[in-house]
Design a protein around this ligand. Structure first.
Ligand code: ZN
Length: 320
């Protein structure tokens, strides 16, 4: 038997009534990543409820970059893999693992959660029943960077430890940060991870390392971009003023005003910059070949028409 890991209860509001699951019907534990590099559980919930018109977040549980496990639908029928929702449980992981790394904290938390679910569900018999969404449907989910082998190995350890997490309430207004020490290149630890998550919430992607609690070059570049955009001193150091901006709710999403594409001369502007942040390329505000390639890859990943241009459909997918 595995101990129940710490699971943060959420106050997500669902439309309608959820249907309880029968644990003995569960045969597989299905792992998912997000179609977003930055969304937190509230944003995933809002998207599933308001855009997909589901009752709310489709996953049964959800694991943030920092290893916090949130309850999504819990022991109710999910909406995460068509045709299998009554016989599987869905676990979502923050991040886009076609572009980002899965964090160590996510592997540990995922192992603790899957181990506990195995002990709760008599017909989930071995780690072979821990699968990815792609094993049941034509999708890339949970992405090539999902650490499936590491996860299964960790589940097989004799004593999967309850991951050490300090549960923080879901950030609804984006203002609940516990400590805000001055941090800079070379800093590490939970405060760095919190800061990285805030950066991503504001739309500054960390495509290679995500929120890894390590303040490296990628993070410093994102901090500098954030500071420049907010009119702060651009020093790459997160002190009181930068923290204060980071802790504000993200400003309104940019508005669609024109078709973005390769053109001569090349298109420039804040809208280009916003797209670049979303697709994880250098946000220089110029729509060049690198941006076009990244847009194509974004479109392919999200089942959009792949034309390398940002028209209304791609825009809405990126920013709503
Ligand atoms: Zn999935």
């Amino acid at each position: 038997m595995s101990n129940k890991p710490t699971i943060l209860q959420t106050d997500l509001r669902f439309n309608g009534t959820l249907t309880p699951l029968q644990r003995n019907r569960i045969t597989k534990l299905v792992q998912h990543h997000m179609a977003s590099q930055t969304w937190d559980i509230n944003q995933v919930h809002a998207f599933h409820r308001d855009s997909n018109r589901w009752a709310g977040i489709g996953y049964n549980w959800w694991i943030a970059f920092d290893g916090t496990i949130y309850q999504g639908r819990g022991w109710h029928v999910g909406a995460h893999v068509s045709g299998f929702n009554s016989t599987t449980l869905g676990i979502g992981y923050q991040g886009d693992f076609t572009k980002q790394a899965m964090t160590e904290a996510q592997v540990e938390a995922g192992a603790a959660l899957n181990a506990w679910l195995m002990s709760e569900c008599p017909n989930v018999r071995s780690v072979a029943d821990i699968i990815g969404h792609r094993d049941l449907a034509p999708t890339i989910c949970p992405g090539p960077n999902f650490r499936m082998d590491d996860l299964k190995n960790a589940v097989n350890q004799p004593n999967v430890q309850n991951p050490v997490v300090t549960p923080t309430p879901p950030k609804t207004g984006g203002t609940q940060v516990v400590t805000t020490p001055t941090i800079r290149r070379g800093s590490n630890g939970a405060a760095v991870g919190r800061m990285q998550n805030r950066l991503m919430t504001h739309g500054y992607s960390l495509p290679r390392f995500g929120a890894d609690n390590d303040f490296g070059a990628e993070t410093e570049n994102a901090v500098r971009a954030f500071q420049r955009d907010k009119g702060l001193t651009v020093d790459g150091i997160v002190g009181p003023k930068t923290w204060a901006e980071l802790n504000k709710a993200p400003s309104n999403q940019p508005k669609y005003s024109r078709l973005l594409r390769i053109a001569s001369p090349m298109m420039r502007g804040e809208d280009v910059r916003a797209v670049q942040r979303k697709v994880g390329v250098n946000a220089d505000g110029i729509y060049g070949p690198q941006t076009e390639r990244a847009v194509r890859s974004y479109q392919a990943t999200h089942n959009l028409a792949v034309d390398g241009m940002v028209g209304p459909q791609t825009w809405v997918h990126m920013f709503r």
